[in-house]
Ligand binder design. Structure first.
Ligand SMILES: [Zn+2]
Length: 465
């Protein structure tokens, strides 16, 4: 044994890293027709690792495949060597180097061969794109780029590819309830700064289905068209705000579904009214001692009454005792919460009548505006009781909050396209790509986890030091 080992050593001696990496690569990323030829660690002048270069060669006995029809074809010539960014190994930037061949395909002519680890002309491997887009869900895009030594653009392209693939392959069967909502994005209040979003709000699946610019009839029509006629015809519940363009389109396109105005939106209209009353009143009382009672009360007033505690609660009670208009508006808002607790349609109707009369007599114009709005959509409002137990008010609110988190997180979204991709990426669970790379996912994941941890640890050390 020992003699044999000593004899073999001089001829086959290689650096330890080369053997290890090749073994890993062949286990997790084996591409038939290609072999990992050579693996080199390039160093900087100070001796620190710069990058790992993995040279890939075509297997001599297996013909190349045409990139269009994927059929084997005779070779034509060879192009210059190109590099493809791979998942960083031990936190070191890693490249695949390969000189692609061109093939003379009988049907497609002279075209470049099919390279299984990359797609199109992208200088990045599919494995790296999956890797980056998974991390981009947990970290911001900039953080992802920094942690894995790549650019924001590269993360963006990876997520874009991932989302496009996911959207093309998602399953839309079984969508029964959708929520339609508008979201404000950016700074100004121009029409382009509003988004229309369509969510699935079934209890088994809550996700973003579609997002589009503006909040017009045309926008929602586009959204429903994107879901396809089968999905729209199969809807049982549609939940939305009282925004007229949406109401018209939903009535026209999904007339069979029960249209519900949900609690979340109506509460937010009431909150807006309370806030308007408060602002007008504090304007009127400026300079007078009573104005002190309205100072710093905005969030206390907008919260649900039962959730205000301690000192805030005492201030709120003080405000109510002072008989200011804001206090009356707040009372009206709070009493309306009882409406949602009714089980019988008749009693709910009776409550609504009493409440509306009180609100109309309150001499508070914003509150009267809410009454007029509720009266105009009374039928849709009462649908809430018909759909009771089938849809809850949580999902739309929850998804809306998530969208706000995404749009406000400093992703550096300068364009609408980038934000749209980020929204789909975080709010719509995507099916995973079922290519060869991913089929080895279990293997890949465990190894990548180890690598990722290493990389993260290295990144954290460099940040803290
Ligand atoms: Zn072909």
């Amino acid at each position: 044994m020992r003699v044999e080992k000593r004899q073999r050593q001089p001829s086959t001696r290689r650096p330890a890293i080369q053997l290890q990496v090749k073994t890993i690569l062949n286990t997790i990323q084996h591409f038939p027709g290609f072999v990992y030829q050579d693996i080199r660690l390039q160093r900087r002048c100070d001796g620190q690792p710069h990058c790992i270069e993995i040279t890939v060669e075509a297997h001599g006995g297996i013909p190349a495949r045409c990139s269009r029809c994927r059929k084997p074809a005779p070779g034509y010539d060879r192009l210059a060597q190109r590099s493809f960014l791979f998942v960083p190994l031990w936190g070191i930037v890693t490249w695949f180097l390969y000189a692609a061949r061109r093939v003379n395909c009988p049907t497609c002519g002279v075209v470049i061969e099919h390279v299984p680890w990359s797609e199109g002309k992208r200088p990045i491997t599919l494995a790296m794109m999956c890797f980056l887009s998974r991390w981009a869900r947990r970290l911001s895009w900039r953080e992802t780029a920094r942690a894995f030594h790549t650019s924001w653009e590269c993360v963006y392209r990876s997520v874009e590819w991932f989302v496009q693939w996911g959207l093309a392959h998602r399953q839309l069967e079984g969508v029964e309830s959708i929520g339609v909502d508008e979201i404000h994005w950016g700074k100004s209040k121009r029409a382009d700064n509003f988004l229309t979003v369509v969510y699935q709000i079934d209890s088994h699946c809550r996700r973003l289905l579609w997002v589009g610019k503006r909040r017009t009839q045309a926008t929602l029509r586009r959204g429903l068209a994107a879901l396809g006629p089968e999905v729209v015809k199969g809807l049982r519940f549609v939940c939305s705000d009282m925004w007229q363009p949406y109401l018209s389109v939903i009535a026209a396109k999904a007339g069979q579904a029960l249209h519900v105005l949900d609690r979340f939106h109506i509460t937010s209209h009431l909150n807006q009214a309370v806030d308007e009353v408060r602002r007008a009143e504090s304007g009127r009382l400026r300079g007078r001692p009573l104005a002190q009672r309205l100072k710093k009360m905005r969030w206390k007033l907008l919260r649900r009454g039962s959730r205000v505690r301690g000192r805030a609660k005492r201030r709120l009670c003080g405000l109510l005792r002072s008989k200011l208009a804001t206090g009356r508006a707040w009372m009206l808002k709070e009493t309306f919460q009882d409406f949602w607790g009714y089980r019988s349609l008749t009693w709910a109707n009776a409550f609504l009548d009493v409440w509306c009369t009180r609100a109309l007599r309150s001499r508070l114009e914003p509150m009267r505006k809410v009454v007029r709005m509720l009266r105009a959509h009374e039928e849709l409002l009462m649908n809430w009781f018909k759909a009771k137990g089938e849809i809850s008010n949580g999902p739309v609110e929850g998804l809306n909050n998530k969208i706000r988190v995404v749009t406000r997180r400093s992703y550096g979204f300068r364009t609408y396209a980038a934000m749209e991709i980020a929204l789909y990426h975080t709010l719509a669970p995507m099916p995973f790509r079922n290519s060869r790379i991913i089929r080895n996912q279990a293997n890949l994941r465990s190894i990548m986890w180890i690598m990722a941890r290493w990389t993260m640890a290295a990144a954290l050390v460099s940040v803290s030091s």
